[in-house]
Design a binder for this molecule. Structure first.
Ligand code: NAP
Length: 288
């Protein structure tokens, strides 16, 4: 890649800390955009084992990096290692972006605005009833994003009911104006509540090649619902296919991925990247 030719003594370093990181799409997405905007930055992958996380964070600060992304499995464990964490990231319980300025680290969660900006190209969250399928990292970020954007209610449906219940109870304390509920063992009651949601968001990995299927039965969907799947590979999951057959508007998670990256890019460099180009780099990397 031509980017390597341009590295100099002035080059600012950013990157991603994960374990593993070799499949990350962030290096081509960020490096391509740094190069196109003529910004002297380099985005590198850092494979950091869990026991080395603290040393890696200290190392990046000492080396003068401008910031970094954090991915699985470090998104939660990094929080106590940072000088400051944004209020949204505290509620989500996960950080995916760190900015380093004058030796101080500030963590934020760009999945939150990344998702709400992406979905709101199609449908307003204000006043909506949202069903979030899944209660893991992405599910938590999307519940917080929906609440911050003024959703009226959020119904959390998860394989492990206790996790959905725990999440709903944390969120109720933070967002008194939003009605949070969670799915239970009673299928009829669940289906009924699901059917009353305007927006359905899959945040489980069900629908990826390794876990085929749909996170909810296709006949639960109705034509008045909008369906978003955070999965971006495959580009069309079984859930999105079933939703299209019903006539529901749909979107996959590629835009969320690009937007969370674009927000991190801007935090580090102060420059606004071209979102369309970032999405197109991702599509090329995915062959989608
Ligand atoms: P996570 O923290 O591990 O959470 C996974 C969630 O999915 C949990 O609620 C889990 O339920 C549920 N789940 C896992 N396997 C399941 C199965 N076989 N059947 C039913 N439910 C299942 O993972 P995450 O970080 O939230 O990521 C989840 C997915 O979100 C990823 O696969 C990725 O595609 C997508 N994502 C996309 C973006 C984007 O930018 N587009 C960003 C982040 C994540 P339990 O509580 O029962 O374990």
């Amino acid at each position: 890649m031509s980017i390597h030719k341009n590295v100099s003594g002035r080059t600012r370093v950013v990157g991603v800390i994960g374990w593993p990181v070799e499949h990350s799409l962030s290096p081509p997405m960020h490096n391509g955009e740094f190069e196109r905007l003529g910004l002297d930055y380099l985005y590198a992958p850092f494979a950091v084992a869990p026991e080395n996380l603290e040393q890696a964070v200290r190392g990046l600060v000492a080396l003068g990096a401008a910031g970094f992304n954090i991915t699985i499995p470090h998104k939660q464990k990094i929080m106590p290692l940072l000088d400051e964490v944004s209020p949204e990231a505290v509620v989500v319980g996960a950080v995916n972006t760190v900015r380093i300025e004058n030796g101080r680290t500030t963590g934020s969660n760009t999945d939150v605005p990344g998702w709400s900006e992406d979905i709101q190209q199609d449908i307003l969250l204000q006043g909506s009833s949202v069903c979030v399928l899944g209660a893991g990292g992405a599910g938590r970020a999307i519940c917080v994003a929906a609440a911050l954007a003024g959703a009226k209610s959020v119904f959390i449906q998860n394989r492990t009911i206790e996790s959905a219940e725990a999440l709903a109870s944390v969120l109720r304390e933070q967002f008194a104006d939003v009605c949070f509920s969670f799915g239970c063992d009673d299928e009829t009651a669940c289906r009924d509540q699901f059917g009353r949601c305007d927006i359905v968001v899959n945040t489980t990995p069900v629908g990826m090649a390794a876990i085929p299927g749909s996170p909810v039965p296709a006949d639960w969907l109705n034509e008045s619902q909008y369906v978003y799947d955070t999965i971006y590979t495959p580009a069309e999951t079984e859930l999105l296919r079933a939703a299209k057959v019903k006539g529901c508007p749909t979107r996959n998670g590629l835009g969320m991925l690009a937007r969370q990256g674009a927000l991190a890019f801007e935090l580090w460099s102060g420059a606004k990247p071209d979102l369309t180009r970032m999405e197109s780099t991702l599509r090329k990397a995915l062959n989608a």
